[in-house]
Design a protein around this ligand. Structure first.
Ligand code: IMP
Ligand code: MG
Length: 179
């Protein structure tokens, strides 16, 4: 089965952009230790590639969140299903996300994380869908702006699958129609 309808961001383009972002981050955080905060599971692939090219000292922490209520509409209220293992107090925290769509999830998460008194809190996302944004959210590092379509690959899943595909694509009808 061909799972790909159209490639939106190729593996080469992702890898090149990841290196540029890592260079920007390394420069901006000169002399500081960075806490890369991965929002599971989508941010994992991006975090691993990004971290390889950051030249400052880096530590990782991980959290999982899920939206409350109706699954088809993002509620904007987030439940932490796996919390961080370390305190954020006094740390330079960089949230690493796969994609920002409506922005509601991250907007809520940022409020929670700010209340834990990090020294700084910034956002790095590989992808953004600006057309679908519901809340204004300041993003410090962006890989690519993408069209308002359902995308899969490089962290993004369809029914928990295809997160491992090294590029971002529009899934084929065949894949979406498969039971
Ligand atoms: P939002 O910004 O609160 O709407 O939610 C962002 C989250 O929705 C992301 O972290 C993804 O997990 C998921 N998401 C948004 N767009 C897509 C997509 O095109 N494919 C797969 N997951 C997506
Ligand atoms: Mg995500």
């Amino acid at each position: 089965m061909d799972i790909v309808e159209r490639i939106i961001v190729s593996e080469e383009a992702i890898q090149e952009r990841v290196q540029e972002l890592a260079a920007d981050i390394s420069r901006d955080y000169a002399g500081k230790t960075i806490t890369l905060l991965c929002v599971l599971k989508g941010g994992l692939m991006f975090l691993c590639d990004l971290a390889k090219h950051i030249t400052q000292p880096v530590e990782y922490d991980f959290m999982s969140v899920s939206s409350y209520g109706d699954a088809t509409e993002t509620s904007g209220i987030v439940r932490i299903t796996k919390d961080l293992e370390e305190s954020l107090e006094g740390k330079h925290v960089l949230i690493v996300e796969d994609i920002i769509d409506t922005g509601l999830t991250l907007n809520y998460l940022v409020k929670i994380l700010q209340s834990r008194n990090p020294a700084s809190l910034r956002i790095c996302t590989l992808l953004t869908k600006p057309a679908n944004r519901r809340v204004e959210i300041p993003i410090d590092y962006v890989g690519f702006e993408v069209p308002n379509e359902f995308l899969v690959g490089y962290g993004l899943d369809y029914k928990q699958l295809y997160r491992n595909v090294p590029y971002v694509f529009v899934p084929s009808k065949e894949l979406l129609e498969r039971a």
